[in-house]
Design a protein around this ligand. Structure first.
Ligand SMILES: [Zn+2]
Ligand SMILES: [Zn+2]
Length: 264
């Protein structure tokens, strides 16, 4: 493959990569992954994500507060984030968002919505794209996005990305219509996920970015194993099938979207 792939959402600082992080990055490069955005999901991980990016120019950092950690939000969170987003290593705010799944039942929904509002207001004021996490909460996410964004941006192409998109085809069209890219991950390769493939068919290559969300969500060929950025070609190939294009075109379009999304 000649077109370079862009893994727009990784957690390479996860402990599961401690033993072989260098080898993982080498395998990524060998698989044609030329760019990576490492996502720190709570303030405790922000400085290591910036340090990884500083050591690896092809890795950039996104700093946020996952809805799992919404209860940790304080005014200081935004003060510290505003200081760090000025660094050249930091390209986005996130992941932030809503998670109504059983895994996050202990975090009240009102609190998650309030924290999301604060981050959306801040990221828009700072001119930074938002990396949104959404699980079992698409109606509330779309309402929040409608309150903050009334359509696609006048300058640039995207306000942010709904990472690991897992909603309906209708939700996909609504998010793309508001100026958000959709992140496609391993689940798009799972045999049963026809509705998810239909969502990506509807928004097409113009609003899709690739991501592994590694170490989570391995694609079909490595289900049950730790995921890595080198699995990105499998996702690109599956989407090329959905869009009835060549893999090269799918790679080129999604990489261009990723570069536009993060202003690279
Ligand atoms: Zn997420
Ligand atoms: Zn993530």
């Amino acid at each position: 493959m000649t077109a370079s792939l862009f893994d727009t959402h990784t957690h390479l600082l996860d402990r599961s990569f401690d033993a072989d992080r260098e080898a993982v990055l080498e395998r990524a490069a060998a698989a044609g992954v030329g760019r990576i955005v490492e996502v720190a999901d709570s303030p405790s991980g922000w400085s290591s994500a910036v340090a990884l990016s500083r050591a690896r120019p092809l890795v950039r950092a996104s700093l946020g507060l996952h809805p799992y950690h919404a209860a940790e939000f304080t005014e200081r969170t935004l003060v510290e984030l505003e200081r760090l987003i000025r660094l050249p290593e930091v390209v986005a705010v996130g992941e932030i968002g809503l998670d109504y799944s059983a895994n996050n039942a202990s975090t009240p929904r009102d609190l998650q919505l309030e924290v999301l509002d604060r981050f959306l207001t801040a990221s828009k004021a700072w001119g930074m794209p938002a990396v949104l996490h959404c699980r079992d909460a698409y109606p509330d996410l779309i309402s929040a996005l409608q309150r903050h964004f009334h359509g696609p941006p006048k300058h640039g192409r995207f306000w942010g990305v709904v990472h690991c998109f897992s909603g309906t085809p209708e939700a996909a069209v609504a998010c793309a219509g508001l100026g958000f890219a959709l992140g496609a991950d391993g689940p798009v390769t799972y045999p049963k996920n026809d509705s998810l493939r239909e969502a990506f068919a509807r928004v097409g290559p113009g609003a899709t970015v690739l991501e592994t969300d590694c170490p989570y969500l391995p694609p079909q060929s490595s289900r049950g194993k730790r995921n890595e950025p080198c699995s990105l070609p499998e996702i690109a190939a599956r989407l090329a099938g959905v869009w009835k294009t060549g893999v090269e075109e799918a790679a080129a379009a999604t990489t261009a979207n990723g570069l536009a999304l993060f202003g690279l």
